[in-house]
Design a protein around this ligand. Structure first.
Ligand code: PLZ
Length: 450
């Protein structure tokens, strides 16, 4: 299969169409109501209120059709309201909505765990446990690693992102907006260097890994470390792809010191990068892997999957939660996974990369503000810098973002310095829309050049 050539998906015309300014009058009215009803702590990137979505298009209340390059932050990988997901959810919701798996179980939870055990890297015996959000999965991975190792320290890396709960805020690198004024944070979290090729000068992946592992050795003592938790491609940190050898060296170090190596694949997992999991690019088999986002086509579901001896080391009843592995979310996951398997999703992600990278490289020739172009599959970003330097240019990223929004392309920024512009299209994105979005991006560069 190649990128969808369809002009209509689920009754949604696959075309960008602006009938009002962005946001339009109805969205502005809803935004005013939002301000009176919703906590100011909940921000909004682009205040158009959505009524329908499919393929690569979001439709808003004013009747505008926008090209979606965000997928709700890497969630609707199989496309919004994917028919396989919709069918699964509709059947399940009509049968029963909830029992609590810990009270009276149901088969779909077991099926999702079987699928995760089969699809995640490594053919060792595995177990899974299901939760509601990415942050909750990360919290549970830490609980499990601590129970198994009987150690406490947790090592994370610079620019890492793991969530907004108390423990995961502490594990997340960036202060604003995630951590400011929300401390104190959980103890026993330690941050070590990450490989960031664009900013590391001549230093190789293994070299940066050696700095990291030496810090662990000297400052913590490897024998005190329960887990190293790292994203194989850093998501919120700016789609940083560590240099070859970095990630593997950390995993090997963990392995040789009895430390549980946890891959946070919440953003990079489930065919986003052109592999089921980004760990595979480095040939790493994590001890535990956290997943969420793309797993269930938009329904809230998350998981921890890993070595049976680690996952089973927790006392019976030690893990859980009222809604974890809710049957409707499990049905969505089964539909989503089936779609990925039947439609060769990894090839679609690679095709998206094949369309995007050459266009971005072309743009870089005329726009030296594009310092770096990176990522894999349908997880691609550009880093904006002041011309002739590697100094972050967050203002340019914000200006580009604004231009794209006003011209009907939903885009997201990222990065510790806010200077990364990232693209996370659904794998159902029709090729003509992807090309059109890139043309608008090109125009955005022209319009914001100084
Ligand atoms: N780990 C690698 O990318 C979520 C956060 C958006 P939750 N990233 C999007 C925001 O501003 O809150 C994420 C991630 C990685 C963990 C998480 C947390 O997943 O489902 O948002 O809790």
């Amino acid at each position: 299969m190649t990128l969808a050539p369809e002009r209509v998906v689920n009754g949604v015309e696959q075309q960008r169409l602006l009938v009002t300014e962005i946001p339009g009058p109805l969205s502005r009215g809803l935004l005013a109501r939002k301000q009176n009803a919703v906590s100011a702590g909940i921000g909004v990137g682009l205040p158009v209120f959505i009524t329908k979505a499919a393929g690569g298009i979001l439709i808003d209340v004013d009747g505008n059709s926008l090209i979606d390059l965000g997928s709700g932050i890497a969630v609707t990988t199989v496309g919004n309201a994917n028919p396989e997901v919709v069918r699964g959810v509709q059947d399940q919701v009509a049968n029963f909505t909830h029992t609590c798996f810990m009270v009276t179980p149901y088969e779909s939870y077991v099926q999702v765990c079987e699928a995760l055990n089969r699809l995640t890297p490594g053919d060792h015996e595995k177990r899974s446990a299901l939760f509601n959000s990415g942050a909750e999965a990360v919290e549970n991975a830490v609980k499990i690693a601590r129970a198994y190792t009987k150690r406490q320290a947790v090592v994370v890396v610079e620019h890492g992102y793991h969530g907004r709960t108390n423990l995961t805020m502490g594990m997340t690198a960036k202060n604003m907006p995630y951590k400011q004024s929300f401390g104190p944070f959980a103890p026993e979290i330690y941050r070590v260097p990450v490989s960031y090729p664009y900013h590391d000068g001549p230093h190789t992946g293994p070299e940066v890994a050696a700095w990291a592992t030496s810090r662990i050795d000297k400052e913590l003592g490897a024998a005190n470390v329960a887990a190293i938790v790292v994203e194989p491609i850093l998501g919120e940190g700016g789609f940083i792809v560590p240099a070859p050898g970095y990630y593997k060296a950390l995993a090997d170090f963990a392995n040789s010191h009895g430390i549980v190596f946890v891959a946070d694949e919440i953003q990079s997992g489930f065919c986003r990068t052109g592999n089921w999991f980004a760990s595979e690019f480095e040939g790493v088999v994590p001890d535990l892997i956290t997943t969420a986002k793309g797993i269930a086509g938009g329904m809230p579901l998350a998981a921890v999957t890993g070595r049976a001896e680690i996952m089973d080391s927790v006392h019976a009843g030690g893990l859980g939660g009222t809604y974890g592995g809710n049957p409707v979310a499990c049905a969505a996951a089964l539909g989503s996974i089936r779609w990925m398997e039947e439609n060769n999703a990894n090839a679609l992600a690679k095709e998206i990369e094949g369309v995007m990278l050459p266009r971005l490289l072309d743009m870089q020739v005329n726009h030296p503000g594009i310092g770096d172009i990176r990522g894999r599959g349908a997880m691609i970003a550009i880093e904006l810098v002041k011309e002739g330097t590697r100094t972050p240019d967050p203002d340019r990223a914000a200006a580009l973002n604004k231009y794209c929004h006003q011209h009907g392309v939903v885009t997201l920024t990222a990065g510790t310095y806010g200077n990364v512009f990232r693209f996370l299209p659904a794998l159902t994105m029709p090729r003509h829309l992807l090309e059109e979005a890139l043309t608008i991006l090109e125009q955005a560069f022209e319009a914001t050049a100084n």
